[in-house]
Design a protein around this ligand. Structure first.
Ligand code: SF4
Ligand code: SF4
Length: 288
């Protein structure tokens, strides 16, 4: 796990990217902050370069066409002013990492968000897995709330939210991934158990902090897809939104393509899954 670190008295966290205006990361127009590193390694991950921290092997440095990367004291240094975001370095990295990471303090991030304050309703804390940075978020979120922003955590559910009551009290809600309910399938899919995810589902419902549950529906896995939908619909009992997301091969690494192929679900298949959820009693379904 990549923990936030302290330089002097200032905690910093690794930021992969900031999207100033997003309308796909929660309700309304939002700024989305993507923190680097994730304890899962989902086969269908669209941004596998967010999984691990760079370990400064240097293999990507020479591939940069604009010399935006160099080594200094055995660390890879990225110069954003020279970078043209061609992602050649990311494609070269065999470790699911990125050299384009900024270690930022809560003040620096809040200042970045403030630039866009007039045009956004809220901020979504995402990743990677933003809960890898839970202590840092406790410092950041009050600064964002001071601006009157609606704050959502986007999480894969690996971190026990019952251990972060203060952070949870600061935030408006959590958008939780329930990738698979079957424990063996979840382990194969994400290289991690789903015990904590399912515990979090119940805990966040009890706390009134579950904004949305999301499940990616996979081609050729109808039984698993339906098993997860049935479990989620029963547990949420219409207390939050349920988003059903079609698997898309874009950005997925070779192992994922090998497992799930190059094609997405059809619109008809997605609608059939939504209808299945409705028949089980779910009234608030979004399909994307
Ligand atoms: S991003 Fe990957 S290839 Fe580049 S230095 Fe880091 S670990 Fe090595
Ligand atoms: S994304 Fe930026 S740092 Fe990476 S290879 Fe391209 S120009 Fe260089």
């Amino acid at each position: 796990m990549a923990m936030p670190w302290i330089a002097g008295f200032m905690m910093k966290a690794p930021v992969n990217k900031i999207i100033p205006f997003s309308n796909v990361d929660g309700p309304g127009n939002r700024c989305a902050i993507f923190f680097q590193s994730c304890p899962f390694a989902c086969l269908y991950c669209h941004n596998p370069e967010t999984i691990h921290m760079c370990h400064n092997c240097g293999a990507c440095v020479a591939t940069c066409p604009t010399k935006a990367l160099h080594m200094e004291e055995e660390k890879v240094i990225w110069d954003p002013s020279l970078c043209v975001n061609c992602d050649t370095c990311i494609h070269r990295c065999a470790h699911h990492a990125s050299p384009k990471i900024r270690d930022m303090s809560a003040d620096e991030l809040a200042a970045e968000v403030k630039k866009h304050r007039l045009f956004i309703r809220g901020v979504t804390l995402s990743g990677g897995e933003c809960m890898n940075q839970a202590p840092f978020l406790e410092e950041l979120v009050p600064k964002l709330k001071e601006m009157g922003l609606h704050i959502l955590i986007d999480s894969n559910g690996f971190y026990e939210f019952s251990k972060a009551p203060y952070l949870l009290s600061l935030c408006d809600g959590v958008m939780l991934d329930v990738k698979a309910v079957d424990p063996i399938f979840h382990q194969q899919l994400c290289a991690h158990s789903n015990d904590t995810v399912l515990h979090n589902l119940d805990y966040l419902l009890e706390q009134g902090k579950l904004e949305e549950v999301r499940t990616v529906l996979l081609p050729h896995h109808e039984e698993q897809n339906k098993k997860t939908i049935a479990y989620v619909v029963k547990h949420i009992d219409n207390r939050c939104r349920y988003k059903l997301i079609a698997y898309r091969p874009y950005g997925v690494r070779a192992e994922g393509i090998q497992a799930f192929g190059n094609a997405s679900l059809t619109k008809e298949q997605l609608k059939e899954y939504a209808q299945y959820a409705q028949e089980l009693g779910c009234h608030s379904i979004h399909i994307v």
